[in-house]
Design a protein around this ligand. Sequence first.
Ligand code: BDR
Ligand code: CA
Length: 312
Amino acid sequence: KKKIIIDTDPGIDDAMAIFVALRSPEVEVIGLTTIYGNVYTTLATRNALHLLEVAGRTDIPVAEGSHVTINQGTKLRIADFVHGADGLGNQNFPPPKGKPIEQSAATFLIEQANLYPGEVTVVALGPLTNIALALQQDPTFSKKIGQIVLLGGAFSVNGNVNPAAEANIFGDPDAADIVFTSGADVLAVGLNITHQVVLTDADRDKLVQSNGKFAQYLSRILEVYFSYHHEAYFTRGVYLHDPTTILVAINPSLVTFTEGVVRVQTTGITKGLTILYNRQKRFGEHTEWSDKPTVKVAVTVDAPTVVNLVLD
Ligand code: BDR
Ligand code: CA
């Protein structure tokens, strides 16, 4: 079984992703690490513990992540207007009984990578601060971690925070640039992929009508997420960012990808922009690009299969 750690800012689509992972027999979820993004980190931790209680999986440890960006300077952007003030569709769930473990997210990531070298996949569903901290704290982390599959970027399409930037990259662009240039085995799933993966209003009715425990729970929290999408986008449905990323981590053949150098714009009106440089021969004159290790970037997706797997 593939061991995965989910780094997450729950978050409605994060909740879907966590449930998909827990229902997938191909993987073993060995921990959740938390990060700000859809909500502040303290609430992300509470939501992670809550979701594991809903799933009956309190055996899985939760390690709390960073409360600030890697450079500690930037004001956080919190997407509560997408996910509700509580991050989970304003449902007033009772507080979780469980507590996070003592270790920080970055320390937990390093420890697990040391314990199972090359075997742990990190699925990163929020800003990349924790992963960047792990890379800084342990320079061998990039080689000990198996793969980093991340929801991040908007490759040659508009962003969702500003026209250039996707939210998880915008949340900590410096951390994202560290991760993309670290030499780790990275696979990026961006908005160019997830804006093709839509859970329609009709699909949501299927969830509402299902007796399944997760379907019932998700149809409650999804209401706020649908309202936001109906207002913000032309599409009649919601984007399945994080569940798509989990499914790609489990089964990479759901996407095709290209390989190249990715750098991140960290300031200005295009802050959070992800640029992919994937020429066959990279010339030496632009060393900020040509000297950097490459990553994989998803370019096509089997969207109907992903939607059906999520519904299943
Ligand atoms: C990403 O940002 C978060 O709001 C979502 O949970 C997803 O991970 C989409 O840009
Ligand atoms: Ca997320």
